[in-house]
Design a protein. Structure first.
Length: 93
């Protein structure tokens, strides 16, 4: 959706140059102790530099997906373009 374009660091087929969301600044995350604690609770030893790098490597560039979900809701609408569902990598119906 053009109203919430994908970050320029997203998958090349979806990326839009000049668009950047702080949520996607993976090298700055976890950005709070709360987020760090969630990582630890999910089994990531982010205090270990190698584990932190592994966690960052698996984090998707998906701020635009969060924005679309906030604007459209996750249970009322399913965006469709050219006859195909327009959903993020981690979204499903």
């Amino acid at each position: 959706l053009r109203i919430c374009p994908a970050d320029e660091r997203a998958e090349p087929s979806k990326a839009q140059q000049g668009v950047r969301y702080q949520h996607n600044d993976i090298d700055q995350r976890p950005e709070s102790e709360e987020e760090a604690q969630r990582c630890r609770e999910n089994g990531w030893d982010i205090d270990n530099p190698k584990q932190l790098e592994a966690w960052r490597a698996q984090e998707p560039i998906n701020a635009h997906s969060h924005l679309i979900s906030m604007m459209l809701g996750s249970s009322e609408s399913i965006p469709v373009a050219d006859g195909k569902l327009v959903i993020g990598q981690w979204q499903s119906v």
